[in-house]
Design a protein around this ligand. Structure first.
Ligand SMILES: *[C@@H]1O[C@H](CO)[C@@H](O)[C@H](O)[C@H]1NC(C)=O
Ligand SMILES: *[C@@H]1O[C@H](CO)[C@@H](O)[C@H](O)[C@H]1NC(C)=O
Ligand SMILES: *[C@@H]1O[C@H](CO)[C@@H](O)[C@H](O)[C@H]1NC(C)=O
Ligand SMILES: *[C@@H]1O[C@H](CO)[C@@H](O)[C@H](O)[C@H]1NC(C)=O
Ligand SMILES: *[C@@H]1O[C@H](CO)[C@@H](O)[C@H](O)[C@H]1NC(C)=O
Ligand SMILES: *[C@@H]1O[C@H](CO)[C@@H](O)[C@H](O)[C@H]1NC(C)=O
Length: 678
């Protein structure tokens, strides 16, 4: 699944119409929503009374002479998932969705969010808040222009705004004489007061050598070499993204849900290394490792997390320095500490680019994690096959069970995002996660979509499979097969080195487009080694880096039929060298190798739609599943799963339909589920 804010923004931008076309209503009784047009208003029990919170915020606004205050839904590191303490928008509004922006004036309050969350917002907000059905900065700006008069001031926390967002707001408000005022004291935090959750205190630990691609000292040298080689001669790199610091020092923490990172910044210069973190949280081994080469250029000075602004400012005051930052993760708060002439601003920091290319050891670890992950998913699919027909599984119990199966695998540290377990029409909502109010029972009459992943010490995983245990309609089979064709066509593509993903992503859509179908989200995202499940900047969008050997990306086309069903198939693939007949250039051409090793649903494949090349591809893929997963299932004596795997990886062919059915008939087990395939 790909749904980080920076990814979602582009998805929705690309296919706004499709996304807003999602069904507004899922089921009637579960949707007790607010009604603010009657007196007194109707408020469901799920709504939060925000009157006191708003009054408290407005008092603080008045003391700073602000006519409005902007509340984003992120943290100071532009994280995709945020800790409890950073859920300021949720606390202010009652709305717990992951994407949105709040704007509070002295009279009004508005929440801006996208269509995934409209119903949820109507259930959770009281009538103090108006719902604005858009996430565009443009719409927010227009609303502000209506509500705020010329000469008035709008407050914001500069540590919650990326450089890009800051510039967009400025552009929209340009010429209006409305003044944006960055204020480091966060006014929501002031209103929240003692109720605000405290900063995390759990231990920040060092990764065991088995789970490290290269030592942190080697990584530092690589980044310093890139600084040397850069034409604009940066003297320092400033890292704001939590994954950047975690990756660089081979440290992990538990501050953010689903992502094993910890709050920190890094300022790496040619001669010094400063790590801004709560020092008392570092494990003994971690502390020792960081100072093991002191004094010297590989000595890490640990400074307090809150010192970062002061230290960056001090460094930037020196003559002849230039600080390299990436726009994606750096906030206005740090950006404005550095004089323009001392900045080297690029879209990505050198750490993000370097991290994106996995070395041999990192590749091996990710592959190993995907083998164990496939075992968990296969065990789940086998279990479903037995239990769904008895009517005893619903979306939530299913999600819990697959999470549990993963947790039984070696090195597993939990899910890499909230499991999407969706059946029937719920699966048409691309980012649905089940709740008590919406959970449906799984049945053999509906398609079921599972999008889930794990955090393992050696790698992060993410896989989607869609299955049907009964008789899918012809249209469902066709749609599924066309989605599968998209996976195959993109996965088997051979392309020149450094091709941008955006030039090839249409291959994942071609089979759907040919039939007048499409999907309203992106086609893939990078993934980390025990880091983020949506690892920037690899992927297929306009703002992703060109594809290079050693990068990992998901490939995940889908199809969603409003109010009926949803299909998505997602594999993780590594970019590898292709064997081409000719070699025109020094650099070999590239292709993908899929490392997710779970068979597709035969019951949903219409083999007649597949070309022989596509069939050949699947059969090769199935061979590789048998080799890697079959062996492991046997080793573990998971006999039932092994048998299931053998059956589900039988080679496909245009002519074997008949033979399969006949042989099945021969043993007298021809069931109705086999018939539609003929
Ligand atoms: C609110 O209640 C009024 C009066 O009962 C009704 O006409 C209107 O449709 C309701 N609005 C919503 C959003 O339910
Ligand atoms: C919300 O809480 C305030 C007191 O904090 C109370 O005066 C008000 O009536 C409550 N609003 C609703 C709709 O319950
Ligand atoms: C508050 O801002 C307004 C402009 O919006 C200005 O006219 C006024 O003097 C300011 N008041 C204080 C107390 O700063
Ligand atoms: C730093 O971590 C320790 C626990 O190791 C905790 O007691 C302390 O409050 C933390 N300090 C800050 C500023 O968060
Ligand atoms: C789901 O199945 C359970 C039994 O497992 C049953 O009690 C419940 O009524 C079913 N729910 C729906 C919505 O059909
Ligand atoms: C959902 O229902 C289960 C059992 O009925 C309960 O334990 C759980 O707390 C509920 N979850 C929520 C979010 O209401």
């Amino acid at each position: 699944m790909a749904c980080s804010t920076r990814i979602i923004a582009v998805w929705i931008f690309l296919l706004h119409g499709l996304i807003t076309g999602y069904p507004r209503r899922r089921s009637s009784e579960s949707e007790d929503i607010r009604n603010c047009t009657i007196t007194p208003p109707h408020l469901p029990p799920t709504a939060t009374n925000t009157s006191e919170r708003l009054s408290a915020l407005r008092l603080h606004m008045q003391s700073h002479n602000f006519s409005a205050y902007i509340i984003p839904a992120t943290d100071s590191h532009m994280s995709e998932y945020i800790g409890e303490r950073d859920k300021r928008l949720s606390w202010m509004t009652g709305f717990t969705g992951s994407s949105g922006t709040g704007v509070v004036t002295l009279q009004k309050a508005a929440l801006f969010t996208d269509s995934r969350y409209w119903i949820q917002a109507e259930r959770q907000m009281d009538c103090n808040w108006e719902l604005q059905k858009s996430i565009w900065i443009n719409s927010i700006g227009q609303w502000i222009l209506q509500e705020v008069s010329a000469g008035e001031r709008i407050g914001l926390d500069p540590f919650l705004f990326s450089i890009e967002n800051w510039e967009s707001y400025n552009q929209i408000l340009e010429g209006s004489d409305i003044i944006l005022v960055p204020l480091e004291d966060n006014l929501v935090d002031q209103a929240w007061g003692a109720q605000r959750p405290p900063p995390p205190t759990n231990t920040i630990y060092q990764l065991n050598d088995n789970f490290v691609g290269s030592s942190w000292q080697e990584k530092i040298s690589v980044i310093r070499t890139q600084m040397e080689n850069h034409g604009r001669k940066p003297t320092a790199v400033l890292l704001s993204g939590l994954e950047e610091t975690a990756w660089l020092f081979n440290l992990r923490g538990d501050d953010i849900p689903y992502t094993p990172v910890f709050y920190a910044y890094t300022l790496l210069t040619k001669t010094d290394i400063s790590l801004f973190v709560n020092q008392s949280r570092l494990s003994k081994e971690a502390s020792q490792s960081l100072v093991s080469q002191c004094p010297g250029p590989l000595c890490v000075q640990v400074e307090d997390y809150n010192q970062v602004s002061t230290s960056v400012r001090k460094y930037a005051q020196q003559d002849g320095v230039r600080i390299w930052i990436g726009t994606e993760y750096t906030t206005l708060g740090l950006y404005r500490e550095i004089p323009l002439e001392k900045l080297l601003v690029e879209e990505y920091s050198p750490v993000m680019i370097t991290k994106a290319v996995k070395n041999a050891k990192e590749q091996e670890m990710l592959r190993a994690a995907h083998v164990r992950d496939a075992i968990a998913v296969i065990r789940y699919l086998v279990w479903l096959e037995k239990n769904v027909p008895t009517g005893s599984v619903n979306e939530i119990s299913g999600a819990r069970y697959v999470d549990q199966l993963r947790s039984e695998e070696a090195n597993c540290k939990g899910p890499s995002f909230e499991t999407i377990s969706a059946t029937g029409l719920n699966a048409a909502l691309a980012h649905y996660s089940p709740s008590n109010a919406t959970a449906r029972n799984l049945t053999v009459n509906e398609m079921y979509l599972l999008d889930s992943g794990g955090q393992y010490l050696d790698g992060t995983t993410d896989i989607t499979r869609t299955v049907h245990w009964g008789e899918p309609t012809d249209f469902q089979k066709e749609a599924y097969t066309r989605v599968l064709m998209g996976v195959i066509d993109l996965s088997r593509l051979v392309f020149p080195s450094r091709t941008s993903g955006r030039f090839v992503e249409a291959l994942a859509r071609r089979a759907l487009w040919e039939a007048g179908l499409n999907y309203g989200h992106g086609t893939g995202h990078g993934i980390g080694n025990f880091l983020s499940v949506h690892e920037w900047p690899v992927g297929f969008q306009t703002n992703n880096v060109p594809l290079g050997k050693g990068m990992f990306t998901s490939i995940e086309p889908g199809y969603y039929q409003d109010g009926e069903f949803g299909i998505r198939l997602e594999d993780i693939a590594v970019v590898v060298e292709a064997k081409t007949k000719y070699q025109m250039s020094e650099e070999p051409y590239l292709t993908f190798e899929v490392v997710s090793l779970v068979p597709y649903d035969r019951n949903l494949i219409d083999v007649n739609l597949l070309s022989s090349e596509q069939i050949k591809y699947i059969n090769r893929y199935y061979e590789s599943i048998r080799e890697h997963i079959g062996r492991e299932l046997q080793r573990r004596k998971l006999d039932e799963e092994y048998l299931w795997l053998e059956q589900n990886t039988e080679p496909l062919s245009h002519t074997n339909l008949l033979t399969t059915s006949l042989s099945t008939l021969a043993v007298g087990t021809l069931t109705s589920t086999l018939l539609p395939r003929m």
